[in-house]
Design a protein around this ligand. Sequence first.
Ligand SMILES: Nc1ncnc2c1ncn2[C@@H]1O[C@H](COP(=O)(O)OP(=O)(O)OP(=O)(O)O)[C@@H](O)[C@H]1O
Ligand SMILES: [Zn+2]
Length: 633
Amino acid sequence: MSYYVTTPIYYVNAEPHLGHAYTTVVADVVARFFRLAGEEVFFQTGTDEHGDKIVQAAKEAGVSPQEYVDRMSQAFRDLWPKLFIEYDNFIRTTEERHKVAVKRFLEKVYEAGDIYFGEYAGLYCFGCERFLTEKELVDGRCPDHKVEPVHLKEANYFFRMGRYQEWLIDHIKNNPEFITPERYRNEVLAFLKDPLEDLCISRPKSRLTWGIELPFDDGFVTYVWFDALINYISGLGWPEDQDRFERFWPQAHHLIAKDILKPHGIYWPTMLRAAGLPPYKGLHVHGYWNVQDAKMSKSLGNVVRPEGLIRRFGADALRYFLLREMAFGLDANFSEEALVRRFNSDLANDFGNLVQRSLTMVNKYNQGLIPEPAVAEAPDLALREAALSTVSRYEEEMVAYRFHRALTAVFELIGQANKYIDQQAPWVLAKDAKQRERLQTVLYHLLETLRIVAILLSPVMPVAAGRLLSYLGLTTEEALSLDKARVFGLLKPQRKTSCGPPLFPRREDKSAAEVSTTEEVKKTEKKTETIKIEDLARIDLRVAEIVAAEPIPGADRLLKLTVKAPEERTIVAGVAKVFRPEELVGKRVVIVANLKPVKLRGVLSQGMMLMAEDEDGLHLVEAPQARPGARLK
Ligand SMILES: Nc1ncnc2c1ncn2[C@@H]1O[C@H](COP(=O)(O)OP(=O)(O)OP(=O)(O)O)[C@@H](O)[C@H]1O
Ligand SMILES: [Zn+2]
């Protein structure tokens, strides 16, 4: 069987945050799970690069839209491997293969008679890049962007979406798996109670040129949503690669957050129907990661960036946290304390200790060799039974996208194995030569449980699972298959195990760290002398935008930065070990503007960039909202 899983293509008007990381990690976990189950999987992610907001963002950054989308798309591409994400295809809507598909798709819908030209006057929200209905407004404002939409009258092309409303209602009703979890299916059915309005699918070039030209009228470009949704088939190679399209499209599963339910639940299936193509198989909708109950979003400026968390906790642990902490479909709050808590209790304590205790005992009592089990007794059979029933529970939950429950099942098994150690007390058996067989049997059952646990955790924590398998003397190639988790007793006696470093060494508790740093601060406060406000005024602190960054030949710590503050100047910064030049471009940072210029490695440095330093290293001090040249006060 084949399985096609997609993430939304992310809009490249800002850098990726934990919300984007979540959807992409889930897609990667799904892809790995179905591969483990022996399916042929195609996993696609990518970036959405057209539309008005991109043009605005590029203008603000002072570059062309193409340069801007190249840079931002790369930021997504750079992040994914750091999270162990292995996609099969990365699609960009500015690629030729995508443009060709959009044009072909539009032609098909046009030929079907479902596109007409007409004039429309209405309320337009530039944030949403679409017309809003009166009903959608809250206190006269767009509920998402909190601005009053403007009156706009424009001639455009429209898609007769309403024609497919009845078909869509029937399809949703007849296919309970089409939109899940159920609350979102009900939400879409509720939308469909009112007659569907036709969808405006063009923008006149007089207003916007950054888009895909309509094949039947070169005065217009395609509306960004109509363009974007088609990525799901253009990425498979439609219309050219019919072979791949036919293999994977009937098994297409889209992952999204609830913010884009309407385009995916309504526009996309009706568009496909109009183009004479079958609908996708399943739409899987999740909730929001919130920070103190507000949606994490670039517009609110409360985003958490994954890079720092990966550096501190590792990608495996972050992936585990994201899947375990959020019940798929519901919102969840992100906090670092919760991450530390899960890390220490689930990964370091429960899982990490089970691994460490088991392998240490095998090392000590059996020269590190896989033991030879004798006849199993009741407690061994109970553990075996638990392991096997965990596999079926896990599989059932994974297939239904209930990842937190799948992980709960695995961790219950881990808990049971820890108890089994306590109850069987191998250290007592080891003291009695007559208990030698019993000891071997117990250790064997532990190692087998670990082998099964490693397989089940591998989609979520691929690297840690791989390490555990190598401790058991197995390679991922030979071990990773769901079928092999369904059998108890595959480890071959006498093969060598090893007891490597702990998989998840405990992390310091943040709250404890905070107490100690405040105490530190109190101590240093006493030491640093106080200054008067006039002293502070002597330092010209300003916001500067980094417009270019390049290495300085022969100086491996230094980068030459060109900044606008607001006039252009050069600053040499000792950050080459921490940041790559392209990561810095576009950032608005704080500089000391009146520092006496100095020549460093032949480059005149006219100021200094401020950085914050803690135990994780250096961090930028950013002021993304302030204009270049803004003074700090
Ligand atoms: N807070 C969040 N929680 C969960 N997923 C999120 C969150 N924010 C963004 N996403 C993911 O990104 C998708 C939207 O991608 P897009 O690039 O359009 O982001 P956006 O909505 O413009 O970002 P923002 O919410 O930061 O303004 C969502 O459907 C979801 O997959
Ligand atoms: Zn809006």
